[in-house]
Design a protein around this ligand. Structure first.
Ligand code: NAD
Length: 247
């Protein structure tokens, strides 16, 4: 691991009065959830998530959505946080970061104990009714789907239930506006495990005053980075905490 780049990142964190973190699928690969774009292991290799997890398929072909896309979501619900998620919870507890903006829908930052999390692509804990807006546990949808109720129907108003995940074709939730304000008012943004190919989340690094990117492989925003660390997220974050707390 390049200790020079770790030292540079540590210096930026120490000199920053407000730091936000932006995470992507790469932080959860060590928890066994495939990302979309890693060569050979990414989800794109087997299935096209842009189709399987899209609003047109959910609306026009719910059978396909609940056979393919929904199962990608359910697979994530069995994962456990890894050392990178735990290190971020620790950095928040120690006061080095204000919070996390995550593109992930796997609930792992919550499970690791992070407190301030902006889930800009939704989560796999909940579903909601597209008619009355009632929010239900995702298990309610799973039970209905397993009983052959496709699409699952709201018990209150008979509207259609769907997962509380931002699908391809959906608008982003209010959390994204909050995320933009948090980045605008921060001194530093640390991106972890994202290829930064997905808009509009990839505008955030361009808005950052200072930028650290921790990602194995290139990202679309490398040219804006003050420091780029091409190492595994877990090892890197543990090394950063060790340096920050060694004095
Ligand atoms: P991406 O797949 O486009 O990019 C992930 C990046 O992380 C890749 O560049 C990869 O090389 C890197 N990476 C993989 N393992 C790493 C590790 N251990 N340490 C450091 N880097 C590592 O992911 P993205 O940019 O988040 O975009 C994909 C979209 O798909 C997002 O919108 C996200 O919502 C969704 N998604 C979420 C999950 C999840 O919730 N876990 C999983 C797959 C996809």
């Amino acid at each position: 691991m390049s200790l020079k780049n770790i030292d540079k990142a540590v210096k930026l964190i120490k000199n920053s009065s407000k730091t936000m973190v932006l995470t992507g699928a790469g932080i959860s690969t060590e928890s066994g959830i495939p990302d979309f774009r890693s060569p050979n292991t990414g989800l794109w290799e087997n299935i096209d998530p842009m189709e399987a997890l899209s609003t047109p398929v959910l609306r026009r072909d719910p059978e396909k959505f609940y056979k393919e896309g929904f199962n990608i979501l359910l697979d994530m619900t069995h994962a456990k946080p890894n050392k990178a998620h735990k290190a971020l919870a620790e950095l928040e507890r120690l006061g080095y970061i204000k919070g996390i903006i995550t593109q992930n829908i796997d609930n792992l930052h919550y499970m690791a104990g992070s407190k301030y999390i902006l889930e800009v692509h939704g989560n796999t804990r909940e579903g909601y009714c597209t008619s009355c807006g009632d929010v239900v546990d995702l298990n309610v949808l799973t039970t209905k789907v397993n009983n052959g109720e496709i699409p699952p129907i709201c018990d209150n108003c008979k509207g259609i239930l769907r997962p509380n995940v931002v699908l391809f074709g959906d608008m982003l939730p209010e959390e994204f506006n909050i995320a933009m304000r948090e980045v605008e008012t921060s001194d530093l943004l640390i991106v972890i495990g994202s290829s930064l190919m997905v808009a509009p989340v990839n505008y955030l690094p361009q808005m950052a005053k200072r930028l650290v990117i921790i990602n194995m492989g290139p990202t679309a925003m490398d040219r804006f980075a003050d420091v780029k660390i091409e190492e595994k997220a877990g090892d890197t974050l543990e090394a950063i905490i060790e340096k920050l707390t060694e004095e």
